[in-house]
Design a protein around this ligand. Structure first.
Ligand code: GUN
Length: 281
């Protein structure tokens, strides 16, 4: 039976460390880290995420500002607001909650955010820094995943890591981080042939396809580390991409849903915000 990688406990530990760093920033430099989140429109899932981010900030002592804009906001209006916040010294971290309404070009918005405030790690400057192993903000979910894998004590170097999913937010950056840790990385996606066979050879499996309970026990190697990034709502309940009971019988370590990757993602956003204040505040 697999050992559970406890996202809640790990996130609490990260947050406790952040509280100390925030107190030090205040004492040494008189700086209070600030996170500004822009939410355009009324997407209910985005509303939930933004509320969670606000609550997390308050919990550790980050100044949280949520700016809600109407669904009809134009790209020019949003760009003007980003420009203003880029120049605002009290804003350490800045993000626009995605998705944005169709009249707004998501890539143009991400490009407009100052890379030094891009605590999501979505800006091309930060994505590129990861690619060439330079300094920059690392996207929160991938960053949290690597921390979770490291808590197992199993060395990543030399392992067969399989990432299923190739999004800019999770699949591609987590693959790059695993490569930087010297894993042998395979990136799979919807066109991949023999997916089950490839996954069944994975020492580390990162499941990020967004299809609830897709990965049955047949996809899991004995003794593997299984990271479930799925967050699908099924009949009001949060479901991962992995059939937990089946995978847990074969894996050595597994992350649960809920209580896994999502909580570490949230903690990493706080960490990036504190980092931003420490480096540029
Ligand atoms: N929408 C869903 N996840 C995220 C995230 O991590 N950051 C932003 N900005 N939008 C999201």
């Amino acid at each position: 039976m697999a050992e559970i990688i406890d996202g809640k406990a790990l996130a609490q530990k990260v947050k406790a460390e952040l509280v100390k760093r925030i107190e030090k920033l205040k004492a040494d430099k008189g700086i209070v880290p600030g996170l500004t989140v822009i939410l355009v429109g009324n997407d209910p899932a985005s509303e939930t995420y933004v509320n969670a981010k606000h609550k997390d900030c308050v919990e550790v002592g980050i100044k949280s500002d949520v700016i809600r804009l109407p669904e009809t906001t134009t790209q020019e209006e949003l760009l003007a607001l980003i420009d203003k916040l880029n120049k605002d010294k009290t804003v350490s971290g800045l993000l626009v909650q995605l998705p944005v309404p169709p009249q707004i070009d998501e890539k143009a918005i991400i490009r407009a955010i100052d890379p030094k405030k891009d605590v999501d790690g979505f800006h091309v400057t930060n994505a590129g820094a990861l690619f060439v192993k330079d300094d920059g903000f690392i996207a929160c979910t991938p960053k949290g995943i690597i921390e979770m894998i490291k808590t197992t004590g199993v060395p990543i170097s030399g392992q067969n890591a399989v990432v299923v999913g190739r999004s800019n937010i999770v699949g591609k950056p987590v693959a790059m981080l695993l490569l930087n840790e010297n894993a042998t990385v395979t990136i799979c996606h919807s066109r991949t042939r023999n997916l089950q066979e490839i996954c069944a050879n994975a020492d580390i499996l990162v499941a990020a396809i967004g299809i609830p309970e897709y990965f049955t026990g047949d996809y899991i190697k004995e003794g593997a580390i299984v990271i479930d990034v799925g967050t699908s709502k099924v009949a009001g309940k949060l479901k991962g991409d992995v059939v937990f009971e089946q995978a847990a019988k074969k894996a050595a370590y597994i992350t649960p849903v809920p209580g896994g990757v999502g909580l570490m993602t949230r903690a990493m956003l706080l960490e990036n915000t504190v980092l931003a204040a420490e480096m540029y505040g």
